[in-house]
Design a protein around this ligand. Sequence first.
Ligand SMILES: Nc1ncnc2c1ncn2[C@@H]1O[C@H](COP(=O)(O)OP(=O)(O)OP(=O)(O)O)[C@@H](O)[C@H]1O
Length: 614
Amino acid sequence: MSKVKTPYSAWSNIAYSMRLHLRARPLTLICCAITALVGVAVPFVNILMPKIVIDKLTAHVTPGEFILSVGMMGLLLAALSCAKSYADLMTNESVGTISILSHLQIAMRKLLNMDFEVLESPGYAKLGEKAGRAMQSNHSPASNIPRVMAQLLLNLLGFLTYGAVIVTVHPLIILFLALSAGMNWLALSHARKIERDTREERSKLQGKLWYMHKAAKEPSGGKDVRLYDLSRLIRGVFHNVLAASNGKERQVATGDMNAQLSDALLSLIRDGGAYAFLIYLLLNDQITLGNFVLAFAAIGAFAGWLSGIMTHTSELLRALSELSDIRVYLDVPDRANTGPGHALPSGEKLPPAITLKNVGYAYPDAEKPTLSGIDLEIEPGERIAIVGANGAGKTTLIKLICGLYRPTSGEITLGGVDVARYNRDEYYTLLSTVFQDIHLFCVDIAGNVSQQTADRTDREKVMKCLELAGLIDKVNGLEQGERTHLVRRVHNDAIELSGGEKQKLALARALYKDAPVIILDEPTAALDPIAESEIYQRYAELTAGKTSIYISHRLASTRFCDRILLIDGGGIAECGTHDELMRLGGKYAEMFIVQSHYYQEGEVAEHENALHLA
Ligand SMILES: Nc1ncnc2c1ncn2[C@@H]1O[C@H](COP(=O)(O)OP(=O)(O)OP(=O)(O)O)[C@@H](O)[C@H]1O
């Protein structure tokens, strides 16, 4: 998948984030606004108190009036502090969590429904890693946009309020403060530029580190790591990537540190200068003592508001760019037709013909197509076998027929209609498939066969399919029978199936679906010879009244098909019945003869008879 340019403006990201929180919990946004408003009101009342006390004392007001005004201020302060605590608690607890859970929900929906071709592409996986880092922690900037905005608003309000106080004392002070703030902004911009420029590279390096960490946790790879003594090699690679990643992170941290240092230095000069000027004004009777106290406190806090504006602007920009990563990942468009489609052919006894016209397919970023110029007509009810060397393109071809891939050239039709015109999910109802990589779900055996909830599962049919697939003895031997859970990571009482048993379960699943087209990609590769032979003997029964497509490396097992296709050189190199291909004396005949040497003649003949009986 090619790199996607971010199509989202800062405003669009802000609106997106607000909508997300508004939909999930509007109260959180209200609390964010309270945090900003009260966050500035509390310190303001705090700095106003000494001025009021001094003004009242110097004005010699009555004790009653003094207690009333100070008491009112105290009450106001207490009420504001309570509101602030509540709002802070709400925003701290909710904002990150809401963002993560909402994104997880959107991602789940997307991942379960998106085009398989995109899901499988490494480009999309990388987008996912980048987005994952931004959306998985409730401390990540992207998860905290409303909070960062509230903090920015708080600092802006503080800046304006305190600025107004300072301006009323003397406008020159504010000018001086603003000038030094500008210089500070330049230092912070430089730090942010470093962060932005290194972002892509840092993300790639972190992706590699996480990939290696994830791979180290996989028991399947763990075998090879131990038996081939790979740990030193892997640690070496990991160490190099880690060093490169640390280098980049240090670059960013140095930029941040320089910005902080310059902030501290400038604050010192700025505040020192402003205080000196204020003392000069007081000594020359140009301001009252009350205003001196107020402005003195305001100048001290003003620096905090200024650096708050800069820090939170910078954080917001970073959060918005992280949010773009998340949105790019979640918004990858689907090409498949998920809306209303052409009506599926119905009423026919047999499934409709599947036709491939000059079909070609190149994997994303591949130098040359894996398949090209494929012309094929699969007749209704025909039994097709696909054979060929490793990597010839057999699985790719069936994924094209399944609609999991879209041809990069040519067209595939079902009943004369381009399959892209059917609604994707309706088209999938026509297919029962067993692929080489079998995925079991964390439900019971019956649910894994029916792919339905327990109340919608036909248990009798499940048992029948398990019997046809050769798994019934195993299931009957289990204490909980077909109600036994699978996937031990999820259920403590689950059982683990062997490779061959998984394959039988996948076949039972395909049989339960009972779709008009059955597609099997090496469905017996992990089966023992007796189980494999039983499947061959039942093949006619299993595929009766259906179109079937069957990939196998066991050439003897493909002889019971109506037609055998040999895939070679990116196309159909040979096509015909077993006898026709043997007479042709081409690659199929060569492969068959080589393979048959490993079987005793009698065994092959016996096998052949069994298949013809089926
Ligand atoms: N997801 C993918 N991305 C890129 N290239 C792929 C992908 N899947 C397969 N290929 C490439 O396409 C070619 C055909 O692969 P395919 O899986 O269709 O072969 P096959 O004939 O089924 O092989 P086997 O007999 O080993 O199962 C191979 O060279 C493989 O490297």
